[in-house]
Design a protein around this ligand. Structure first.
Ligand SMILES: *Cc1c(COP(=O)(O)O)cnc(C)c1O
Length: 415
């Protein structure tokens, strides 16, 4: 019933039928760190970074792969990926601070944001980031006002590609809140060039997330090829991943092949390519482990776990299907709904899934939670921020510890 192809690369079922990630039993991690907990296969995360870098650099040596840190904004994750050679994309002064805490090289960083405040830009200027991405005329004014030396910038354009993904994940159409719509691009380029301290080096676009049709990336490159030529092109992120056994997605190699061949055909080869994978870098390399708290057998069977929309908003925000499983158990199959512990009917992890007949205390694993789940974890019903644990070669180590109730209460001002 467990589809191991959804789990991190170094996942196995051992001789006693127990699930192991990076050599560690998920059960032992749950005992030691409590539940819910996120487990990351560190070696798989590293190998994914190398897969991305090789896929692009073998075809186009002048490529930078920047991890979109918003998809897993933990310093330990950023550190692993930068150690393997990735740069980092940050979208606020806060994400920049996390990346700097991870000792990431500012030269390999890009700052994004459709609403950068003065303090975000000041932090980026102080750290001397590789590029700041201009997303509006206001950015032009702000950066020009705050800069005291030349600043390398990219211009984010909306390439008028309506990606076929969830509406909430479409970002590259002309009415998007992101980027400059196609009909205003020339005007903004003119304004940037009027500012002596803004050094416009290239264009940026990002058409959306969880995109599984490579034609859309080709359309993105094509849209940029209709504009004037630049030495740097940043195509954003967006490659989709498998969440369930039925999903089919292109490989990183196929994605790189499509981008690079289209670039070479339409833009030439004497330029720098940047890509910013988030979801496809981290999603499969992590899973969330919960414990069953209640099994309610009524009209439907509700199996309630000790987490839910406080640690996974992908389900309620995008209707993203996941494929949870009851692990380490050999029992008759039963069709159930797995629900969270929060006060919302929408707090459901999955409906109508076949699992080993559940009982209180069983462990539930949800694979492919590496992208955007940690990002949006929250304190709904005073849920405490969950721990993140790295597993590698049979050893586990905490990367983020569980929040404490004292930390939660520490922000309250009662006098
Ligand atoms: C979110 C985002 C990404 C990453 O997108 P994924 O779908 O997670 O790969 C990259 N670049 C920008 C500008 C983004 O906003």
């Amino acid at each position: 019933m467990i589809d191991l192809t959804l789990y991190p690369e170094n996942t196995s079922i051992d001789d006693e039928g127990k699930l192991r990630i990076g050599g560690c039993r998920a059960r032992d991690v749950a005992e030691e760190f409590g539940t819910p907990a996120m487990i990351i296969d560190e070696a798989a995360l590293r190998s994914r970074a190398r897969e991305y870098l090789n896929a692009f650099r073998s075809r186009h040596p002048q490529t930078e792969v920047l991890f979109a840190s918003k998809s897993f904004p933990a310093a330990s994750v950023i550190r692993v990926l930068t150690e393997e050679g990735c740069g980092v994309d940050v979208a606020s002064g806060g994400e920049l601070a996390i990346a700097l805490a991870a000792s990431a090289d500012p030269k390999g960083m890009v700052l994004h944001g459709n609403a950068k405040r003065d303090d975000d830009i000041e932090a980026a200027l102080k750290a001397r980031l590789g590029h700041i991405v201009i997303d509006s005329l206001d950015d032009v004014e702000r950066i020009a006002r705050l800069a005291s030396e030349p600043v390398p910038v990219l211009l984010r354009v909306s390439p008028a590609v309506a990606a076929s993904t969830h509406a909430a994940m479409m970002t590259g159409h002309d009415s998007s809140k992101f980027g400059i719509p196609s009909f205003q691009i020339e005007e903004v380029i003119g304004r940037i060039r009027n500012e002596p301290l803004l050094d416009l080096q290239g264009l940026h676009a990002h058409i959306g997330s969880q995109i599984t049709d490579l034609d859309q990336f080709e359309a993105e490159v094509e849209a940029l090829s209709h504009l004037e030529r630049f030495p740097v092109y940043n195509f954003g992120g967006g490659l989709g991943v498998r969440y369930t056994s039925a999903d089919r997605v292109p490989s990183v190699d196929e994605y790189a092949e499509r981008i690079v061949t289209t670039v070479h055909r339409l833009l030439g080869s004497n330029l720098k390519i940047m890509v910013e994978p988030g979801r496809s870098m981290v999603a499969r390399n992590a899973l969330t482990v919960y414990r069953v708290v209640t099994v309610k057998r009524g009209l439907r069977t509700h199996v309630a776990v000790d987490g839910g929309m406080s640690d996974n908003l992908e389900v309620s925000l995008y209707g993203q299907p996941f494929e949870p499983a009851i692990i380490d158990k050999d029992a008759a199959a039963e069709v159930v709904d797995i629900v969270g512990q929060h006060c919302e009917s929408g707090d459901t992890l999955v409906r109508d899934i076949e699992v080993a007949a559940p009982e209180i205390g069983d462990l539930v694993a949800v694979p492919v939670t590496g992208a955007y789940c940690y990002t949006m974890h929250n304190n709904y019903n005073a849920a405490l921020g969950l721990p993140v644990v790295f597993c590698r070669d049979g050893k586990s180590k905490p990367a983020v510890r569980r929040q404490t109730l004292a930390e939660l209460l520490a922000r309250e001002v009662l006098d």
